[in-house]
Design a protein around this ligand. Sequence first.
Ligand code: ADP
Ligand code: MN
Length: 495
Amino acid sequence: QCPWGAPNTTSISCSLADVMSEQLAKELQLEEENAAFPEVVAVAEGPFITGENIDTSSDLMLAQMLQMEFDREYDAQLRREEKKINGDSKVSISFENYRKVHPYDSDSSEDEVDWQDTRHDPYRADKPTTTPRRGFIGKGKDITTKHDEVVCGRKNTARMENFAPEFQVGDGIGMDLKLSNQVFNALKQHAYSEERRSARLHEKKEHSTAEKAVDPKTRLLLYKMVNAGTLETITGCISTGKESVVFHAYGGKSATEDKVIPPECAIKVFKTTLNEFKNRDKYIKDDYRFKDRFSKLNPRKIIRMWAEKEMHNLTRMQNAGIPCPEVVILKKHVLVMSFIGQDQVPAPKLKDVTLSSEDMKKAYYQVLNMMQQLYKDCNLVHADLSEYNMLWHDGKVWLIDVSQSVEPTHPHGLEFLFRDCRNVSQFFQKEGVAEALNERELFNAVSGLNITADNEVDFQEEIEALEKMNEDHVQNHGKKLSMFSSDGDPPIYDE
Ligand code: ADP
Ligand code: MN
């Protein structure tokens, strides 16, 4: 007796159960794959493609980035397996060839991708139980099922022609080759994978410039927000700056009942490049709120801190009742806030809007009041205040872009305030607001200080002297003056 049992005499082993389970498995895999990106598909075909200057390709890219992430993890897994098998053996095997194949069977996604915050519930039976399609042709006695070896074998060989044109099927087509369903399906699957892969690689190249705006990790983060339902759709880019990229999105549903996500959101992505954040050193390095943390942090964490800073500052402003974006959620270096504007159109910057002289005057007094509130109630100096960071919406001025804002006792806080005052004063004077205070008057009005110098140079000198005094105080007493206000509250200016 043969120790391996009786030799199998049938040329092709192809039991019904075998084929059925194989087919079913493949079908499930395909379905699963199709179900994997439903939102993204919806996004790509969504109703918002109509806008002109809106880059809708970003949604498609999100899906692609996620795919890339999967692929990358699959490759990493392969490499681990390879290492495990090879150990320090002299003869090693390589999984290199498998790396090209789309990872249908990969389940290595847990380690890098954090799925906790996605809506996917692994315990829910969401796989549809499919009944295999009608698997036969003919009637009565002449029924030929798709499992008939000879008929199917020939048909399968012929159908190989329908694979993607780049897919090498060999010269089997001219011959009377009979492929078993199992082999055929495996081949089909492989051809399909290859087709997708080459499409992916192609697209990767095409989008490489657009991708520079947002890196793969950020894309994944954004995708997860959509997947988690926080955001309904990300429609496109509003602004690309040196230090940030801002996207528009429609809000989704909140996981918790008490927090309502605004119908339209702005997503500010802080850029994670080294050279850009260097410009901002001077703001954050001396901000005592971040002092202890600064020295220990790597660039990536510092970028996150900018986002965090913007979030905290916006919250302070919100609490003080200053019109500004409302914080929705912060994830790493991505800050989601309410959108100032409507129907994907951001509110115009003050520099771009044409206002009646009456509205302009109203805007001026509002800005003056907001600067005072910011200083007094929020204990903040905007530090980048100008007509570029003020939006005109709903008949009033909204302040944005506060990641660089500092407390007045920041070693350069008063200098930043003076610069803000100069910008504001010059803008409104240029716009013909006769009531607009000059920069020095404005500075005193906002800070409550009483610097009497009547020229800019002396004024600046006094400011720096005050800052130095504060620094000395810090040196001697280990803590800052609570505020620079010398004689109580700043005077109230009003219409
Ligand atoms: P940057 O540091 O790049 O100047 P900003 O916060 O000023 O970053 O955002 C850049 C631009 O994006 C703004 O000028 C404004 O047009 C738009 N923007 C930013 N936040 C919002 C928002 N919440 N709603 C509407 N538009 C916004
Ligand atoms: Mn700005």
